[in-house]
Ligand binder design. Structure first.
Ligand code: TYD
Length: 139
């Protein structure tokens, strides 16, 4: 699986919108970390990595951005622009975030604490590793 779309409930009322994201209920992992990306120009490409151990949920709580996900073979581009919708990314998916609107605030929830060692940042090496796992699976 490259990714999964998630949709959260709107608990808003006449006072405004309210969206709740509970770990292991609304998303398929315990939340260990949250960070958000904003102030990135439209030309910037962020991410460009795969994570060996981490799963992520991405929500554009304001504005919009695009996320390209690939496993080295399949490739998909998903636009995020709704605070009630999210993208779930499993482990070992290569991701690139780009096309940020001026008002984009991209919230990222992660299943792990930060560990720079579990980031694969070289795309060619990532593809080689995925190919290796694929061939092992067929053995
Ligand atoms: P980076 O992974 O390059 O961000 P992105 O994938 O969004 O382009 O991270 C930028 C810097 O922030 C880098 O020095 C690592 C640091 N960082 C942390 O310390 N903790 C974190 O949880 C994240 C995501 C990044």
């Amino acid at each position: 699986m490259l990714y999964k779309h998630l949709k959260f409930n709107d608990l808003g009322d006449e006072r405004g919108k309210l969206v709740v994201i509970e770990g292991n209920i609304d998303i398929p992992f315990t939340i260990q970390r949250a960070f958000y990306i904003y102030g990135s120009d439209a030309e910037v490409i962020r991410g460009k990595h795969a994570n060996i151990n981490s799963e992520f949920v991405l929500v554009n709580v304001a504005g919009s951005s695009k996320v390209m996900v690939t496993d080295g073979k399949e490739k998909e581009v998903i636009e995020l622009s709704q605070p009630m919708e999210a993208l779930y990314l499993p482990k070992m998916v290569w991701k690139e975030m780009y096309d940020f609107s001026k008002d984009s605030v991209l919230l990222v929830l992660a299943s792990t604490h930060y560990d720079s060692q579990e980031y694969l940042r070289n795309y060619d090496q990532y593809c080689m590793l995925m190919k290796f796992f694929e061939e092992k699976k067929d053995d």
